[in-house]
Write a protein that binds this ligand. Structure first.
Ligand code: COA
Length: 125
């Protein structure tokens, strides 16, 4: 709620269109990525619904929303280096790995990113 007030965005609910069931969240928040406060797309899907493409669909929608509605020229996703589902979702979102760094929380974190220019080119093709 605080993020919505301060930033005008935050994590949003991921809801099944057919039933209205709430199955996770996805959205943009400002996160500490290797000491810098940066816009980050995060996602969490209920285990029951894993591997059905929901994180990918939600993350792409958030990425498009960010470039259409904010001034950010680059957006990130970061994760623990072992989180294959998370970095596969970032790759599917058109991002590429831009950083590997020591992170007390994750041991090693990966940061993925897509720029506005890359996004524009991707949309043209
Ligand atoms: C990470 C997470 C959101 C992925 O959600 P999902 O809805 O299952 O992901 P999708 O079905 O959209 O899959 C996206 C991509 O990741 C791949 N993937 C997802 N889970 C995977 C796994 N466990 N192992 C390998 N690949 C995986 C999919 O194959 C797909 O890749 P593709 O584009 O090459 O086909 C989900 O596993 C989750 O909620 N995990 C716990 C919370 C979490 O770790 N969030 C990220 C914090 S950094």
């Amino acid at each position: 709620m605080d993020n919505y007030i301060k930033c005008g965005f935050g994590l949003w609910a991921v809801v099944l269109k057919e039933t209205g069931e709430f199955i996770g969240d996805c959205g943009i928040t400002i996160q500490d990525i290797d000491g810098e406060m940066l816009p980050e797309i995060g996602y969490h899907i209920h285990k029951k619904y894993w591997r059905k493409g929901f994180a990918k669909e939600a993350a792409r929608a958030v990425r498009d929303w960010v470039f259409l509605n904010t001034q950010y020229d680059i957006i990130y996703s970061y994760m623990k280096y072992t989180n294959i589902g998370s970095y596969s979702t970032a790759l599917a979102n058109g991002m590429k790995k831009v950083k590997e760094y020591q992170d007390p929380k994750n041991t090693i974190s990966y940061a993925y990113a897509i720029t506005r220019e890359e996004w524009k080119k991707m949309k043209e093709n």
